[in-house]
Design a protein around this ligand. Structure first.
Ligand SMILES: Cc1cc2nc3c(=O)[nH]c(=O)nc-3n(C[C@H](O)[C@H](O)[C@H](O)COP(=O)(O)OP(=O)(O)OC[C@H]3O[C@@H](n4cnc5c(N)ncnc54)[C@H](O)[C@@H]3O)c2cc1C
Length: 379
């Protein structure tokens, strides 16, 4: 039997999109329930560089970023597979903070604002019937007027709904893996480096407390060619780039092993599924090399919150809410995602990336223009 209460909003997935949406809706006075399958705090695969465009928004949620000892990142270095590199100022720049800390802080804020937060609770089904949602989780069933899907790159619900990207055959935009470590390393505080290797790229930048995030994306094929041995792949494939060779041999690894994720897809996704509003990576994932996925997840939560509140206060119908959200989402993000896909293909083509690095050395303005195409404005 479902609980004897109908929530205004049920959110599935407590990453940046879900947590920030829950805080905005609770602050506006709505009854919100949020489900997260993991228990905070926890590490997740992410490069942990956030564009400054999100700074004001995160503070408006109540997060005191200045007290979290974040790093401030102003410069970008990019190297090709042989180690040739260029360096330049980032147009807007960003800051570094671990997801372990950031998501945990946001989860605390959500609870303080009255969000009912179920941790270690995986949602198995979301059904829409008679103008309300029934959410089925391991802990029971819950009713809500609205529902948002913020369950990230790929979840059990994507498979259940047979969303096209989840059942697609392998292509050039899916079947990637992500691998992340926290390390200690002698590296500038204000620099983010993106080092290319065969069929992948690896980022390094500072987070809080003198730690660095070392995170890379590559094809599942690359790992298979190294007998599914991550260490072997790092020694033979990544270390062909002298910058990466130095990092892997000189750094101090802070964990016993990496955090990993597989089956990452950059294919297009639908924005509404059975009246559930998709936000964050669940609505489409920008390639990590753009360093903008977190800001897009946060920004999407802001536009979703506006539409959900207009529906709940009776200003617009459900149909209008869904159409408005899709229109705003496409206006803000569709071109960024397209540019991200183009850059992803370029980064995985060795001769093209080598050519781009030489262009970047001579014409830094071209690289700055490319970066701007994948980023937005403060919101
Ligand atoms: C290798 C790599 C590097 C990246 N580097 C950067 C970077 O440097 N900068 C940047 O801005 N972006 C980066 N990104 C992208 C960024 O991590 C994502 O865009 C961002 O995390 C999206 O947030 P989200 O809230 O949509 O999803 P997530 O943060 O993935 O959160 C989804 C949550 O849903 C939960 N969940 C899933 N299914 C269920 C279920 N059925 N029930 C309950 N809970 C569920 C999951 O446990 C998870 O906590 C990177 C991505 C990758 C893969």
């Amino acid at each position: 039997m479902p609980e004897n209460i109908t929530y205004d909003l049920a959110i599935v997935g407590g990453g940046l999109a879900g947590l920030s949406l829950s805080i905005q809706m609770a602050k506006a006075g709505y009854k919100v329930i949020l489900f997260e399958k993991e228990k905070y705090p926890f590490h997740r695969v992410c490069g942990e560089y956030i564009s400054y465009e999100s700074w004001n928004f995160l503070e408006s949620l109540g997060l005191e970023l200045r007290s979290l000892n974040v790093s401030h990142i102003k410069r970008l270095q990019v190297s090709d597979t042989k180690g040739n590199s260029f360096e330049q100022q980032l147009p807007l720049g960003g800051f570094g903070i671990s997801r372990y800390t950031l998501d945990h802080q946001l989860a605390q804020l959500a609870k303080q604002n009255g969000v009912i937060l179920y941790e270690e609770t995986r949602v198995n089904e979301i059904n829409f019937n008679n103008n309300e949602f029934l959410i089925s989780a391991a802990s029971g069933s819950y009713r809500s007027k609205l529902s948002a899907g913020s369950f990230g790159k790929r979840s059990n619900l994507d498979i259940k709904w047979k969303r096209p990207f989840a059942v697609a055959k392998n292509n050039k935009l899916n079947n990637y893996i992500g691998i992340k470590y926290h390390i200690k390393y002698n590296f500038p505080n204000d620099l983010i480096a993106l080092h290319n290797f065969k069929n992948g790229y690896c980022g390094i930048s500072k987070v809080e407390d003198d730690k660095y995030c070392l995170c890379y994306l590559t094809t599942a094929d690359n790992l298979q060619s190294s007998n599914n041995d991550i260490y072997k792949m790092e020694q033979s494939v990544l270390s062909a780039n002298p910058h990466l060779k130095k990092i892997f041999s000189d750094c101090e690894m802070l964990w016993k092993g990496p955090v990993t994720i597989s089956q990452i897809s950059f294919d297009k996704k639908n924005l509404i599924q059975d009246h559930v509003l998709m936000i964050g990576d669940a609505s489409g994932m920008i390639t990590p090399l753009c360093g903008n996925g977190m800001s897009m997840a946060l920004h999407a939560s802001k536009i979703a919150a506006g539409q959900l509140q207009d529906f709940l206060s009776g200003k617009i119908s459900r149909d209008e809410m869904e159409r408005n959200y899709s229109a705003q989402w496409n206006k803000l993000f569709a071109n960024r995602l397209k540019m991200g896909r183009t850059l992803q293909k370029l980064m995985l083509n060795r001769s093209l990336i080598n050519f781009t690095i030489s262009i970047g050395k001579i014409f830094p303005a071209i690289i700055r223009a490319l970066i701007k195409q994948t980023h937005g404005q403060p919101f």
